[in-house]
Design a protein around this ligand. Structure first.
Ligand SMILES: [Zn+2]
Length: 226
């Protein structure tokens, strides 16, 4: 989970207008304009797990609406998530961090520890003790590990995608260290893209760079540009 700017783009404006109309006539909030604006804003990835290889998108209410129309049709309460995360969260972890308002990475450190088999673990280190941070970490743990048999299977697939993404990213960083001139510049651009808001699992990649800032001070500078 990373901070996402809720910019009032043309698509977002259309979504807000559609939501106002739907609210007036009691229609569905699940409209094309809303989905298009959410896809744009969240760079096509789930705001909770940061996976981009999603086959099932859902509109997630940060605060569960439970029939409350103000929450149900409020653009600021709508987020893009995958079905796995939406069905994990439900209304069970309220309140969580609002990633469109707060820099999540200042509150939680996202780390993958260990390399092989059983010693491998995803760790969400708490950097402040706010209730929202505590709840968000509980949610993240359940998202990446699951609690029911089905969710455990889904979580295993999610962790596999994360592992592959991080391995690829680490390889770029290793190559960068040894590269020279033009090749180094190409790799720097590639790493910058991998650290951008639109990259999958950006929180884990950025924390990897922070944790190895002594070895890669130049890459830490790339991070500060976000
Ligand atoms: Zn997700």
């Amino acid at each position: 989970m990373i901070k996402i700017e809720r910019k009032m783009t043309e698509k977002a404006q259309k979504a807000v207008e559609s939501l106002q109309k739907a609210k007036a006539k009691g229609g569905s909030y699940n409209m094309e304009a809303v989905n298009a604006a959410l896809r744009e804003m969240f760079h096509g990835k789930c705001y909770i797990c940061e996976n981009k290889k999603i086959t099932s998108y859902q509109i997630e209410h940060l605060s569960a609406h439970r029939g409350n129309d103000d929450l149900k049709y409020d653009w600021n309460n709508l987020f893009l998530s995958c079905a796995h995360c939406n069905n994990t969260k439900l209304g069970r972890y309220e309140p969580i961090i609002d990633c469109t308002k707060v820099n999540v990475e200042e509150l939680i450190a996202f780390r993958k520890k260990g390399y092989f088999g059983t010693d491998e673990e995803l760790v969400f280190d708490m950097l402040d003790s706010d209730e929202k941070t505590v709840n968000t970490i509980k949610l993240l743990r359940e998202v990446y590990y699951g609690s029911t048999p089905q969710k455990k299977m889904e979580a295993k697939i999610l962790r596999k995608i994360l592992r592959q993404e991080l391995s690829e990213f680490k390889e770029y960083v290793r190559e960068y260290r040894e590269a020279e001139d033009e090749e180094k510049e190409d790799l720097r651009c590639c790493i910058k893209q991998q650290l951008s808001d639109s990259a999958p699992f950006a929180a884990f990649k950025r924390w990897l760079i922070r944790d190895h800032s002594d070895a890669y001070p130049e890459l830490l500078l790339l991070l500060r540009q976000h």
